[in-house]
Design a protein around this ligand. Sequence first.
Ligand SMILES: C[S@@+](CC[C@H](N)C(=O)[O-])C[C@H]1O[C@@H](n2cnc3c(N)ncnc32)[C@H](O)[C@@H]1O
Length: 216
Amino acid sequence: MEEWGEPGPADVAYQSQAQAGGFGHTLASLVKFLDLPNGARVLDVGTGPGLVVRLLGERMALVVGVDASAEMLRHARSLSAPGACAPFVAGDALRLPFADASFDAAVATNLLFLLPDPRAGLRELARVTRPGGLAGWLNPSDALSRAAAAEFCDGRGMTGFPRFSLINYARIAEGHHRFSGEAWAELARDAGLADVVTEGRGGGLMTIGKGIVTHG
Ligand SMILES: C[S@@+](CC[C@H](N)C(=O)[O-])C[C@H]1O[C@@H](n2cnc3c(N)ncnc32)[C@H](O)[C@@H]1O
């Protein structure tokens, strides 16, 4: 399996299965936390199989999923309801193919921690969001390691794919950025966000956050 940089068919199937299971509940919990108003225009960056797009789709005026992987985009499109108004677009999180202030909100789940410079990713979320709009994110926290994931699974009797995927997530996180909620909040403020709020998820192994875009 690749490291989520240039996914192949096995990664697409894996991501899809992960979103259908425990990670899907965490994504749904992030969507609730974001509390976006009905009718908003939303961008989901690093959308993968597109679950966040589908969770938001019903209530929003427009939800666009962007991903660097053509394979992942093909899969996300195949899962969309026929006639759904949710375009999936190719693009790089660090150079999004949208003009400034194109959206009311921009979200990135399990993406920013993979980037060489997560703050640049946050800045790009802020750039494509209108002033007063919202940027939101979900990432592994600094508490996530393979040992912590195994302990979490043991404590909850998690076996099979849910256990495998959480420990695999920890393995990938160990090779990338793992920040505390407060460290993410600081990066977000540096990227031009205000009123930043962060919370833990998954027993504190993940961190979610949101902030208001302030640039004009
Ligand atoms: C771990 S998956 C997360 C998928 C989904 N957001 C979730 O939380 O389940 C990371 C996704 O980001 C995409 N990706 C990785 N680097 C990217 C980049 N620089 N720009 C856009 N997408 C990227 C990958 O193709 C993959 O679909």
